[in-house]
Design a protein around this ligand. Structure first.
Ligand code: NAD
Length: 455
């Protein structure tokens, strides 16, 4: 195994050299990364297509373009973000001034999941670079070709003491998790998130966890059903349903269920997600194929259901008459199966959602303002959309992250910069004009003044 400890120590040393803190260092390396990604696009497309049949269109729109936008955001805003922020100073600290400094946390470790391998692994790396950190990067080993191409691009072009891609699986991750990083950023399942959290606790390392869960999608009787069907089908079956923020299940008002399902079926047919379609992503591997198949109750299929194990193809499948007790409602689906449940009153729909762990996302299709406000205030969820799915994630002015079982902390844009920074507050005091009040010996007169001033 590569001597990762040696690389980690070189990153610690490099961080202490202060170079990563320079604005021009950060910007020139962000530009370099963008240039390298652009230059290597054909290789990146080929690798991901080989791994799980992801098309060039999908790879550009859901992975590479998000990386370019994140880099462009920092190239435009980094000067402003890095500037110390003046904060008001209270009376007892006068004469003086208060300021917030954004300090890079130091040596970061980013561990990625497999489902959007470029975006999920490299977007936090961009945030870490913008914040002035060094970074050890552990992509998922499951899409082996994408892992290799990322390692090749980064390890051949950046010094290992600044950025280094670790190729490997559980043994390699277990080894590097023992190092005293200054920040760990993990994307993956809640199960592995707990392992990472525990390892980080041993060295008191701050952690961001981007996890998954069952994201509800509620459709009320006042929703525009055509729009809802189009946006749900897109969000659910994008990437073959292997999206952390995909609507996991539908909760529909019983009066509109039949019409909505008819619209959804038509939309699936129109989208051309047929066997052999270039535009439809395959299931990542045999293990996940079998896991998803075990959740497909064929007696409840409304539409879809075709599969081809050899080609890891599962047709977009809608399952009707699902109950909360069905196996499909006991775990995150992470595949192209859409279970449909119904509700009678909006209050009961919210109560049912509250019984499950806090989701990464929540979606509501409605024309009713009161229902929007109610869902937003009652349900704890990472982020979400009204009358759309997934698109909140594409706005890098919004923070992205989970809550509780679906994660802790957030990133993207300014929030990503803050995620890898320590907000260092400093009070700068004048050496003149200080009353003697706080210093002993204490007197009753001083006590009165202190009480008055500290109010
Ligand atoms: P995973 O938890 O199995 O793996 C994630 C990473 O952890 C991989 O790099 C893997 O090598 C490493 N890992 C696996 N087992 C480990 C162990 N025992 N010790 C140390 N490291 C280990 O997740 P996955 O299958 O790659 O991704 C699917 C999950 O990720 C889903 O739950 C999905 O919702 C979630 N996800 C979340 C987001 C988000 O932004 N919140 C994005 C994508 C995926």
């Amino acid at each position: 195994m590569t001597d990762f400890n040696n690389i980690f120590q070189s990153q610690q040393k490099f961080f202490l050299s202060q170079q990563t803190k320079e604005l021009c260092f950060r910007k020139s390396n962000l530009k370099k990364l963008k240039h390298l990604l652009k230059e290597n696009e054909p290789k990146l497309y080929e690798a991901i297509y080989t791994d799980f049949g992801k098309s060039k269109f999908d790879t550009f729109s859901t992975e590479l373009n998000m990386l370019y936008l994140e880099i462009d955001y920092f190239l435009k805003n980094l000067n402003k973000l890095m500037k110390p922020r003046k904060i008001g100073t209270n009376l007892v600290n006068m004469p003086g001034s208060s300021c917030l400094y954004y300090d890079p946390l130091g040596c970061a470790l980013v561990i990625g999941a497999w489902n959007y391998p470029y975006q999920i692994t490299l977007l936090p790396v961009i945030d870490a670079m913008a914040a002035g950190c060094t970074c050890m990067i552990k992509p998922s080993e499951i899409p082996a070709n994408t892992m290799r191409v990322m390692a090749e691009i980064i390890n051949n072009n950046f010094a290992p003491e600044y950025l280094y891609v670790v190729e490997g699986g559980v043994p390699e991750t277990t080894t590097i998790l023992e190092f005293p990083f200054d920040k760990i950023f993990f994307t993956g399942s809640p199960k592995v998130g707990k392992i990472v959290y525990e390892a980080a606790a041993k060295n008191l390392i701050p952690v961001t966890l981007e996890l998954g869960g069952k994201s509800p999608c509620v459709v009320t009787e006042s929703a525009d059903l055509k729009v809802a069907a189009r946006r749900i089908v897109w969000g659910k079956f994008l990437n073959g349903g292997q999206t952390c923020v995909a609507p996991d299940y539908l909760l529909v008002h019983q009066s509109v269920k039949d019409e909505l399902l008819k619209e959804i079926k038509e939309r699936i047919q129109y989208s051309g997600y047929t066997e052999g379609a270039e535009q439809y992503v395959r299931i990542i591997n045999e293990r996940n194929f079998q896991r998803i198949m075990s959740l497909m109750d064929i007696s409840k299929i409304y539409c879809g259901g075709k599969t081809d194990e050899k080609n890891l193809y599962i047709e977009p499948t809608v399952l009707d008459n699902i109950s909360w007790e069905d196996p499909i409602m006991q775990e995150e689906i992470f595949g192209p199966l859409l279970p449909v449940l119904t509700y009678e009153t909006f209050d009961n729909a919210l109560k049912a959602i509250l019984k499950l762990p806090k989701p990464l996302s929540a979606y509501l299709f409605t024309g009713n303002k009161k229902e929007k406000e109610q869902l937003i205030s009652v349900i704890p969820f990472g982020g979400g959309c009204i009358n759309d799915t997934i698109m909140h994630l594409i706005n890098n002015n919004l923070p992205f992250g989970g809550i509780g079982n679906s994660g802790t902390g957030h990133y993207h844009g300014k929030y990503g910069f803050e995620c890898f920074s320590h907000l260092k507050p400093v009070l700068d005091k004048a050496t003149w004009g200080e009353p003697d009040l706080k210093y002993p010996p204490y007197t009753t007169n001083k006590e009165k003044w202190i009480e008055r001033l500290m109010k």
